[in-house]
Write a protein that binds this ligand. Structure first.
Ligand code: GDG
Length: 485
């Protein structure tokens, strides 16, 4: 494959923010790490991004295309929307994707709702995506499919009789065979994933789980090679299977955090907070993020080490997410109840233990918050990677911040030499980790943070995109210190 082949990125959601005000639609480019990393590649090779704009209800497709035109000029690549009917949103998106695959792949099978109509919609929407991709692409393009909502896409294209070079990245974990086996459509999912020529996971653990699951159906399959990319000989053909940790635009976060504006704003934040030590939690509202576990551990630290009372506060920002799924509403209520119980128990006239905000902030404010915090606290019960912890490190311009990180986040392996790793289910040990992070010597804090920053800087999101595309093209990886990953 030549370097400059066109790239078609496909993901459930388009990297744009669509808003409707007074019956009029407006659109802005999204600001996520994936779009920042892929934009230069898409501009360079040419190509497009295909996905759902996140809209519900009746919307005029030609009107939407008109407002997407100028945005495509701004981003430098075309944006092609796929509209979903209400039933498809309920059964494919909230149903199969977020009430089956999401909980199961995060080891929470008790939350799965194995409804047959969810599977039917999942197949139908994949076929719908395939028809649009077939129309907009040629055999020479590379089709980069992202994430768990679109596992069937290579198969949908094949069934349409359309030959395409399809590669896949899974942003979430892949479960072990014991859990995966519960899925009624387990064999279909394995067979469909095996249709991609390159399949890539966040960590070695996820890749090993996938290979173990594939082996349970095809015991004669064989893994050749070792390291970040291996070959899997299975069902009479060979596919490449990788493990490459996604990352952030380190330089961008670092330079934003180093700016005067961020310094001023972070000082303002600290002035408003009476505690000496500020712990920061930033999570999407999701039961996989271990937010109640984090709050309980924080409360336990206050109880176990009473001299921390008045000295330490947790600022917890929660980003609204999947408000259409019942579990998420219940989780929000549980979190709010816990916060009010903890604050009710410990607050004084001069100090509030947990400061809480439900909503989003702009990226400048986010960076100022990262910079202002003495510790970042990530307590995921399971997480594909977790970018928040990498962003927190990138914003520690003085290297003085401490990262408390769940060992169940994909990032734990890469950051293990600097983070304080915790098991979020272990409330006592997590409370002790908090205590330890407060009283850690400055020199140790700096050494740990320097090690993490080095690793994130060397393996940023550009490194990830380049190596993903090199592997997809069958080339050697670049700047890959095997020993460290
Ligand atoms: C999935 C996987 C994997 C958050 N609040 C605001 C805001 N954010 C941004 C953060 C960060 C992103 O959202 C969250 O990313 P995470 O990786 O932490 O988590 P998921 O959303 O669950 O992502 C995960 C990821 O995909 C990538 O593969 O790492 O494991 O679950 O970038 O900065 N951004 C702004 N305002 C906010 O209020 N601007």
């Amino acid at each position: 494959m030549a370097d400059k082949e066109r790239m078609i990125v496909v993901s459930n959601r388009l990297p744009i923010i669509l808003k409707k005000r007074k019956q009029k639609w407006s659109v802005e480019p999204g600001a996520g790490g994936l779009v920042t990393a892929l934009s230069p590649v898409l501009k360079d090779r040419g190509g497009m991004w295909i996905g759902w704009p996140g809209t519900r209800g009746r919307i005029n497709l030609s009107g939407l295309r008109k407002i997407l035109g100028p945005i495509s000029e701004e981003t430098g690549f075309r944006i092609v929307p796929i509209l979903l009917e209400n039933g498809e949103i309920d059964n494919y998106y909230y149903g199969f994707s977020n009430s089956i695959i999401w909980p199961l792949f995060h080891d929470l099978e008790a939350l799965c709702r194995f409804q047959p109509q969810y599977w039917e919609a999942y197949v139908r929407v994949s076929d719908k995506f395939a028809a649009v991709i077939a129309k907009h692409s040629t055999e020479k393009d590379i089709i980069w499919v992202n994430d768990y909502q679109l596992i069937l896409l290579a198969g949908s294209l094949e069934r349409l009789g359309v030959k395409r070079h399809c590669v896949f990245f899974l942003h979430i974990p892949f479960p072990s065979p014991d859990l995966f086996i519960k899925l009624p459509w387990r064999k279909q999912i394995i067979d469909e994933l095996l249709r991609f020529s390159f399949l890539c996971f966040q960590t070695h653990r996820d890749r090993r789980n996938f290979i173990d699951c594939a082996r349970s159906f095809y015991p004669a399959c064989r893994v050749v090679g070792r390291g970040a990319i291996v070959e899997l000989e299975i069902k009479g053909h060979t596919i490449q299977i990788g493990s490459l940790p996604i990352s952030i635009d380190y330089k961008r976060f670092r330079s934003m955090a180093s700016a005067k504006e961020a310094a001023l704003r972070s000082r303002e934040i600290r002035k408003d907070i009476t505690a000496d030590f500020l712990v920061l939690g930033i999570d999407r509202l999701d039961y996989t993020k271990g937010i109640p576990e984090k709050l309980r551990a924080f409360a336990r630290a206050l109880e176990k080490y009473p001299h921390l009372q008045g000295k330490i506060s947790l600022f917890q920002l929660i980003i609204p997410s999947r408000e259409g799924v019942a579990e998420y509403g219940a989780l929000r209520d549980e979190i709010q109840k816990l916060i009010s119980e903890i604050n009710g128990r410990f607050s004084t006239t001069a100090w509030v233990p947990i400061l809480y905000r439900y909503g989003t902030v702009d990226q400048k404010e986010l960076v100022a918050m990262y910079r202002a915090a003495d510790a970042g606290f990530v307590s995921s019960l399971k997480d594909g990677m977790n970018l928040v912890c990498k962003e927190y490190c990138a914003c520690q311009t003085d290297y003085k911040g401490v990262l408390i990180l769940s060992e169940f986040a994909g990032a734990a392996y890469q950051l293990r030499s600097g983070a304080i790793l915790i098991n979020p289910y272990d409330v006592e040990a997590t409370a002790d980790a908090l205590y330890y992070s407060i009283f850690m010597k400055e020199e140790e804090k700096k050494n740990r943070m320097r090690r993490m920053c080095k690793s994130i800087r060397e393996r940023d999101v550009y490194w990830w995109v380049n190596n993903f595309l090199r592997a997809a093209a069958g080339k050697e990886l670049k700047d890959f210190p095997e020993a460290e990953l």
